[in-house]
Design a protein. Structure first.
Length: 88
């Protein structure tokens, strides 16, 4: 026994009215100063910390952020464990 499924064209299935949010053009501003326009349902301008203009993946520049000496602590710990010279 074969089952056949019949799909109706989209023109016969209208979207429900007044349930979809408004899609507006907003301005996105990055902390580096870059701004660009995009579409969003947010309805207000957006501020971001990183964009494609300053992200290390896109720029090719790697930034090392050392918060509270974590990198130095890591290097000291594993330099001692490897038997190499102590750092610091």
């Amino acid at each position: 026994m074969m089952w056949r499924v019949y799909f109706h064209p989209r023109s016969e299935l209208p979207m429900k009215a007044a349930i979809h949010p408004d899609y507006k053009e907003i301005t996105v501003t990055c902390t580096c100063g870059n701004t660009f326009k995009t579409g969003s349902t947010l309805g207000q301008d957006l501020q971001v910390e990183v964009c494609s203009n300053c992200h290390p993946f896109y720029t090719g520049k790697q930034k090392m952020v050392d918060t509270a000496g974590r990198v130095d602590k890591f290097r000291k710990k594993y330099a001692a464990a490897a038997g190499g010279p102590k750092v610091g």
